[in-house]
Each structure stands twice: as C-alpha cells, then as structure tokens.
Design a protein around this ligand. Sequence first.
Ligand code: SAM
Length: 261
Amino acid sequence: MDKLHFFINYLKYNYLKTNEHGLHSPFVFELYNQVFKKNMSFYSYEIVEDIRSQLLSNPVQIQVTDLGAGSGAGRSNLRSIRQITKTAAKNKKYAQLLFRLADHFQPDTILELGTNVGISTMYLAIARSKSRVITIEGCPEIRKIAQENFKQLQLQNIEPVPGNFDTELPKMLATVNTLDLVFFDGNHRKEATLNYFYQCLEKATGSSVFIFDDIYWSKGMTEAWESIKAHPEVSITLDLFQMGIVFFRTGQVKQHFVLKY
Ligand SMILES: C[S@@+](CC[C@H](N)C(=O)[O-])C[C@H]1O[C@@H](n2cnc3c(N)ncnc32)[C@H](O)[C@@H]1O
C-alpha cells in the first residue's frame, strides 16, 4: 500500500463526504437511506460472523500462492488462517454493506474476483439464495478453506472457480448472459483492474452494480478508479473511500458522490 497516497486521499474524503442532506439524486438519496443507513441486524450476519470468529482463532498455517497485488500480509508464503482472514477479508461493516446491496438489488448473477476464505462471498450468497454467485480464487490452499466454509453454511448457490482471473474471467464470461453485481476484490493493479472492468462491462446492463475495493490503495488504483468514473457507459458513482460503487443507469446524468459511510 502507498501510505502517503492513502492518507492524503483519506483527508480529502473526509472533507468532501456528504450524508443524505447533500444528495440531490432521488436514486442515491433512496439508496443511502434504505441501504447505507440501515443498521438493523440480520440473522445471516451472525452466521457469517461466527465463521469469521472460527477463522480468526485458527493458528493453522497454509501455503499461500499470491497472484495479485494487495494481500497486505507480508512476503512469507506460509501464513496462518488467522492472519489471512485478519488481513484480507472485508471487515464486518463493508461485508454487511455488500449483503444489503445484494438484498436491495436482487441480482441474478453475481461475480466476485477474489474469494479468499469466502467471507464476502458468503454475505453475497446468503443475501439472495436464488442468485448464482461465481467467485474466482487463485490460491488453492485458501480456496480449500473457503469451500469448507460454504459447505458448513450449506450454501448451494456459490460456484467457486479455481485459477487466475486473467485466464478464468474470459472463460467464465462466456457462460453468462449478464452480470448484475460484480465485486472486484483482488489483484489491485491499475492495468489489471481496468482490464477486468472492460471485460465485465461487456455483460453489464442498465441495472448492473460494479463494486471496486481499495480504490485509494495506490496511485495506480486511484487512476483506475478515475478512468472507470469517466467511462461514457458509467452514470452514477459512489465513493466510500474503501470502496467505489458504479452504476450504468440509462437516461441518467453522470454524477459522482462522495458518501459518508
Ligand atoms: C482481498 S482478498 C479477497 C477478500 C474477499 N473478497 C473477502 O472480502 O472476504 C483477494 C484474493 O484475491 C486472490 N487473487 C489476487 N490476484 C488474483 C489473480 N490474479 N487471480 C486469482 N486470484 C487472485 C488472492 O489470492 C486473495 O485471496
């Protein structure tokens, strides 16, 4: 992570962020109140958080194959399950936002780039049991842990795909008509992120939602985020600092919001 870049942008975000009073778009105003501000607890949260607790107390070490930038856990290839979960899995606040976004938009096809131990995958899958949740992970040992978690929760709607995004994404895209929700959460490099975005864009519709993690992780990631915002097919974007959310709504003026979350 580029710490200076991250810190400067964090200050900017804090200066620019707005709550519902600064939202002039009815779509974003409604989304903010119905999804972002919703702080009631769901039973599903407890089930996934129980699994997170088990993982966070698991000292077993596994061999990690790192195919991307941004694991944040140092250079060693041998890492404990506890350490992997602590450093790579989305925290409760943002993982539960993913759940509420999937619950709100009811996507039929969800794609996740970066399963890791499956925390965000489980939140997405549990939000809508009828959705098809395709999740790609390059590290075989980490993927094994995720699959044990999916089995424990008896989640039938997850399709784990082994391999590198670079080779698996094009093959996977050939099997779907549309992508309703995509969570880009692996290989935090500018060129890779833009490449995955352009490929997924081919399957986007006016109601798709694309979510990018770690948009201020490095200069490259912020440049990728700026290019995505500027893309002519993108209408509304929401900057939450930790994540950027993109909509392709037709007949909508291009607008960018920095949201307090
Ligand atoms: C930040 S973690 C994902 C965390 C997960 N989405 C969550 O919030 O629970 C990113 C994952 O992407 C995987 N990854 C990174 N680059 C990859 C690539 N090029 N191909 C396949 N997997 C990759 C890593 O092995 C890692 O497990």
